[in-house]
Design a protein around this ligand. Structure first.
Ligand code: ADP
Ligand code: MG
Length: 716
């Protein structure tokens, strides 16, 4: 359904609410939503529906929703699942248009639950009503003072300007981690109606939300492109972070090709997030760390980091972390070095990381550290600072200086504080909301790395739409992007039965029609015809089997290379036919020009159930099969993206001309990838496709596909 800004606003900030199924039990352990809502300080009008109570906590109860004196903006429904359809009908009749469905045991559970969920959705559609959940804690809005959680929560008077979309009650019930808090949060639960795209757009459009975090198990099938569209708009306004879980669950799919097994659901999510500019996080620590960094710190203008440490060893740890997280060590200017050097003993040459201790010998540590900080922070070669301290007491608590300085410098500063009292000192420092404190060098640096990704890579990126190369076949129905409307977990998708078959030699015609270079070929039904075909193609040739059930030709001994005479062709063709005798009556001989040399790469494509057409690139052989060294991108691609994709693989160095190898024709490969990306975008019936291998030759000499495996679906 279309985005409804007013509805989203009311899910977080209703003027009136009814709790349907409000419990009479109150006090600790009763998980009473009504009680929690009142305790949270909600100021709107509150009603309760409970046929067995006259009032709960001073709130008048009505036996049924029809009896309510007004139609409240929002109904929070917490009844056993069997009662849900009737309750929703009652509410809709009374004019309620927004729901939060708390119960579990619906679409996520058994068939009965799924049927109830469908019935409820049907009622919603009929009335133009919308819902969050089921299987949800609903929403929490500390900014305006509303919450629907059955876990009690005290309203945070000064919450982080952070919005969260999650698929667990955990983050809402805890108001995030130990050192972070929520401005607005929504648990989308089963996403029966409201899902990530709507929630993300709402948070993107609320100017009080400065950073958006997501905990995502998965999008609804078919919703990937809509989500990306919303995400692109969101990241242009504020950082969007994601902690994606359920990796193995979504990755375990049956695959009929290399691309199928390498481009699992999780890998496609990763590619899609990256393309949209969403920052990807490793775990909940990363989530908390990064939220804090974006809330506290000013934008990062470059990648050059200065490290000031109470110990030389700590500085080296942070320097290593810079390497890991895409940051560089700043090169101090000559003035900075000269000013610092005056403070240090002559046996020490100052450099970055800076071990401050030698300057403080025989002096007080804090003011020395503060002076060093001021000097370094003023250096125009420094974009961000990492301070390292120990909470050992004895006058080395530099927190005040760091905070005071950070306010003046306008550069991001993170602090790694180690030791027993670190948490207590960190809490005090972080109350300033300008310096985040982390428990390790790696985390202090990683947070800056995410800042650099957002402010430099994502915001600095050129935004170019893919351009359809000239001369491509015209498509009637438009590119094969997944249909967002059809993509819900409704019955429509499942009802269609699909059969998948492999294309034979006609795959080469399809490739050629998109301008993808293919080894010249002919199809023959007999060894004699193969010899004739070889003569017209020109010797030497390759003979292999095509069609039928033939899968891995080399394994069957059904690929004969470098056949230089008519006799050799005859003999090879006879042998190939013998070897594939059991593979079906449709097997034919494929005669190809023989293309020796070159570097073998794999180009693949696949239709992902969430994000639609994708392409894959990797070096052939062990690079892809053993090392899984591949890169995945969403189709269609721009030429830039095609180059970027190739460059992401480790094997790229081989193509780019490592160790006196010549440079391969990367331009031809990029062009082929772009064309392949349009082919798969135009043809939603292509389930998976492998060009394995494509042979790429020296710069200027082009590339050629010599093998193609194309799996197409015909919907019955
Ligand atoms: P399969 O992958 O089914 O075993 P291929 O058609 O990919 O069969 O052939 C196996 C290998 O033979 C390729 O990886 C490539 O090294 C080589 N080869 C195949 N066709 C040609 C050709 N036309 N010119 C040169 N080498 C080829
Ligand atoms: Mg092959």
């Amino acid at each position: 359904m279309a985005y409804d800004a007013a509805a989203m606003e009311l899910f977080f900030n209703p003027r009136s609410v009814v709790i349907v199924g409000a419990s009479r039990k109150t006090g600790p352990g009763s998980f009473n939503i009504l009680e929690n809502l009142l305790a949270y300080g909600y100021r709107g009008r509150v009603y309760a529906v409970n046929p067995r109570a006259s009032d709960i906590l001073g709130v008048k109860c009505y036996p049924r929703a029809q009896d309510l004196p007004e139609a409240p903006d929002l109904a929070v429904v917490t009844v056993p699942r069997e009662l849900l359809p009737e309750v929703v009908r009652d509410c809709c009749t009374r004019g309620v248009r927004l729901f939060i469905f708390v119960p579990q045991g619906l679409g996520e559970a058994d068939e009965v639950g799924a049927a109830i969920q469908s019935e409820v959705l049907e009622t919603l559609r009929r009335h133009g009503a919308r819902a969050v959940g089921p299987n949800t804690l609903g929403t929490i809005n500390a900014l305006d003072g509303f919450m629907s959680s059955f876990m009690g929560l005290t309203r945070n008077a000064d919450p982080f300007p952070c919005g969260l979309i999650c698929q667990t009650g955990l983050f809402l019930a805890t108001d995030l981690g130990q050192t972070t808090s929520l401005g607005k949060g929504i648990d989308v639960g089963n996403q029966a109606d409201i899902g990530f795209p709507d929630a993300l757009r709402h948070l993107a459009e609320d100017p009080r939300v400065k950073v958006i975090a997501m905990h995502m198990e998965g999008l609804r099938p078919g919703e990937g492109r809509l989500f990306l569209e919303v995400a692109r708009e969101a990241v242009a306004r504020k950082p969007v972070l994601v902690y994606k879980t359920a990796r193995s669950a979504t990755g375990a799919e049956a695959a009929g090709s290399h691309t199928g097994s390498l481009a699992g659901s999780h890998e496609v999510y990763v590619a899609a997030f990256e393309e949209a500019g969403i920052i990807q996080l490793k775990d909940v620590d990363d989530l908390d760390d990064t939220i804090k960094a974006f809330v506290f710190l000013p934008p990062m203008r470059g990648r050059r980091v200065a490290i000031l440490s109470i110990s030389g060893g700590g500085g080296i740890m942070a320097a290593d972390a810079c390497d890991d997280h895409g940051l560089r060590l700043a090169e101090f200017s000559p003035e900075t070095r000269a000013r610092l050097q005056e403070m240090f003993p002559s046996w020490m040459t100052v450099s970055n990381p800076l071990d401050v201790w030698p300057a403080a010998i025989g002096k007080e540590y804090d003011p020395v550290f503060a002076t060093c900080l001021d000097i370094v922070a003023a250096d125009p070669n420094v974009d961000a600072l990492v301070c390292i301290g120990g909470s050992m007491g004895g006058g080395v608590d530099i927190g005040d200086f760091v905070v005071e300085g950070a306010r003046r410098w306008g550069k991001p500063v993170t602090w790694w504080l180690y030791g027993k009292r670190a948490a207590a000192i960190a809490a005090e420092v972080e109350s300033s909301r300008c310096v985040p404190v982390y428990p390790s060098a790696d985390r202090a640096v990683r947070a800056l790395g995410h800042l650099a990704t957002y402010y430099l890579d994502v915001l600095g990126r050129r935004k170019e739409a893919p351009v359809r190369p000239v001369g491509l076949p015209r498509v009637e129905r438009g590119p094969g992007l997944p249909d967002a409307a059809a993509g819900t977990n409704g019955p429509g998708l499942r009802a269609r039965r699909a059969t998948v078959r492999a294309m034979g030699a006609e795959a080469f015609d399809l490739l050629r029609s998109y301008g993808i270079p293919v080894a010249r070929w002919a199809v023959a039904s007999s060894p004699q015809a193969a010899a004739a075909a070889a003569a017209s193609l020109g010797l030497p040739v390759v003979v292999k089997a095509v069609g039928g059930n033939v899968l891995h030709k080399s394994e069957l001994g059904a690929v004969k290379l470098g056949l230089a005479t008519p006799e050799a062709v005859l003999e090879a063709a006879e042998d190939v036919l013998r070897r594939v005798a059991g593979e079906g009556s449709e097997v034919r001989l494929l005669v190809q020009e023989f293309l020796p040399g070159g570097q073998e790469v794999i180009l693949g494509a696949k239709h992902d159930p969430h994000f639609g057409p994708t392409v894959l690139f990797g070096l052939g052989g062990i690079f892809t099969e053993v090392l899984r060294d591949v890169a995945i991108g969403l189709a269609p691609l721009t030429t830039d993206r095609a180059h970027g994709l190739m460059a992401k693989t480790k094997g790229y160095a081989v193509l780019a001309g490592a160790r006196s190898r010549g440079r391969s024709d990367l331009e031809a490969l990029a062009d082929t990838l772009v064309r392949l990306s349009w082919l798969v975008a135009d043809h939603p019936e292509i389930v998976e496709l492998d060009l394995n291998p494509v042979k790429v030759f020296a710069a200027g000499q082009g590339c050629v596909a010599v093998d193609a495996r194309v799996l197409v679906r015909s919907d019955a």
